[in-house]
Write a protein that binds this ligand. Structure first.
Ligand SMILES: [Zn+2]
Length: 138
């Protein structure tokens, strides 16, 4: 048996998919991304918690500093150069910046922030639209 807590966070960002991809998502476009993180523990801490919800603000801060109001692009996307040269916010990925890839990046950051002997990140889901989400899970 184990306990889980989850939290929804959101950010605004543009992206486009270029690598081996020719569909409409190859056009630069934006989303109001919704991130749902779930954290688990077999046992509660002395306060009776998996993790204080307040602690999750650290992930919110990282998302605000790193992803919010950026353009998220594959490292070989020629638009990277323009975004950089015009002083706009850019986040570069090694693969296509799909919801799946963004979910994994946020999962890895969350593990770094919260993971320890007892607390594990169980999943990070990234909603690109109200009806489409991708999940990276343990
Ligand atoms: Zn998209």
């Amino acid at each position: 048996m184990r306990y889980t807590v989850s939290k929804k966070l959101s950010f605004e960002a543009a992206h486009r998919l270029l690598k081996d991809y020719a569909g409409k998502c190859s056009n630069n476009h934006g989303h109001s991304w919704v991130v749902e993180i779930e954290i688990e523990a077999a046992n509660l801490d002395n306060k009776g918690m998996v993790l204080d919800f307040n602690e999750l603000k650290k992930l919110k801060q990282w998302i605000d500093d790193t992803l919010d109001h950026t353009t998220i692009l594959w490292e070989k996307d020629p638009m990277c150069e323009y975004i950089k040269n015009t002083g706009q916010r850019l986040y570069v990925t090694k693969e296509n910046p799909t919801s799946e890839v963004i979910a994994r990046i946020i999962f890895e950051k969350a593990e770094e922030l919260f993971g320890n002997e007892t607390i594990k990140v169980s999943s990070v889901a990234v909603h690109e639209t109200c009806t489409s989400k991708a999940t990276y899970k343990r």
